[in-house]
Design a protein around this ligand. Structure first.
Ligand code: SAM
Length: 287
């Protein structure tokens, strides 16, 4: 449930915990073919986008999530040339992926064209020109159907999805993970948005079980995104090459420097430390 008026936006979680934003101005509101899409201006977080009453991204803290969902798999891989993003309509993940000059091709498969169009117009700092990069290819389609049918192969697949309700639900199934595995090159990496463990315990446990049923090595790493309430957010990391999970921090430093990155949240040390899980998360994920 959520309430939205021209003064306050309230997001109430299934657990009865809420966050509220003071709304300075409503920028956009419409029902797309698939989702209720709203963008509003706030005093501290800048512009905020919500889909079906769930906060997707804010100008103020988006860098945490987008840097961590993009740079961890790309720098762990070390030679990613082809990257597939599923979802991610706001363009933030695409922006971070394309900061890697080594990436020759970034394909983004987003189900809702309106999210892309509205984000380009009203949240331009999210994509920061990434949709105009000649290395990118935007496909408007269901990501689940795309990986089932495509013959293309990718070094890194990033699932930047909504939660497992509505159109995002299919992106949390074992069948989808199996199709992603088939679309990865040898030593490739799949990363998935896996919710906030403190609140979404069932989601973490299900994702862990399903990823573990498909990949020989499936773990989680963590980032703290203030507006994804409940503390740590979990990102699934699945691969057939366990070496991707134990890249020495010195190697990450070399790759980070070679990529010319200067991030606000990501550092090679944060990358390594993000895989250390508090016990309640380890137990929930049954690792
Ligand atoms: N960072 C966000 C979060 O954790 O809440 C995710 C943001 S991004 C805007 C999520 C995107 O996934 C949305 O644009 C939505 O349209 C897209 N999406 C949902 N289901 C999808 C599907 N089956 N295939 C492709 N894209 C999908």
């Amino acid at each position: 449930m959520n309430w939205f008026d021209e003064v306050l936006y309230t997001e109430l979680s299934d657990q009865g915990y809420m966050q509220r934003f003071k709304v300075d101005r409503v920028i956009y509101r419409d029902q797309t073919d698939l989702q209720d899409l709203v963008i509003f201006e706030t005093p501290y977080f800048g512009r905020v986008m919500a889909l079906d009453g769930v906060i997707q991204t804010t100008e103020g803290d988006e860098y945490v999530y987008h840097e961590m969902i993009a740079h961890v798999p790309i720098l762990a891989h070390g030679a990613a040339r082809r990257v597939l993003i599923i979802g991610g309509g706001d363009g933030g993940t695409l922006r971070e992926v394309l900061r890697h000059k080594s990436v020759e091709h970034a394909k983004m498969v987003e189900i809702d064209a309106s999210v892309v169009d509205v984000s380009r117009e009203h949240l331009p700092s999210l994509s920061a020109g990434a949709f105009d990069d000649p290395r990118m290819d935007l496909v408007i389609a269901d990501g689940c159907a795309f990986v089932k049918e495509t013959d293309e192969r990718f070094d890194v697949i990033i699932v930047d999805s909504t939660d497992p309700v509505g159109p995002g639900e299919v992106l949390f199934t074992e069948e989808f993970y199996g199709d992603c595995r088939r679309c990865l090159t040898d030593g490739g990496i799949l990363v998935t948005q896996s919710g906030v463990p403190f609140f979404q315990r069932d989601e973490l446990s299900r994702v862990s079980h399903r990823l573990g049923g498909v990949f020989s090595d499936a773990r989680f790493y963590l980032a703290v995104v203030p507006t994804y309430i409940g503390g740590y957010m979990a990102l699934g990391f699945a691969t057939e090459n366990s070496a991707n999970l134990t890249v020495p921090v010195e190697t990450l430093k070399t790759r980070y420097k070679a990529a010319g990155l200067n991030c606000r949240y990501y550092t090679p040390e944060v990358h390594s430390a993000a895989f250390a899980l508090p016990n309640f998360i380890r137990e929930t994920a049954n690792l």
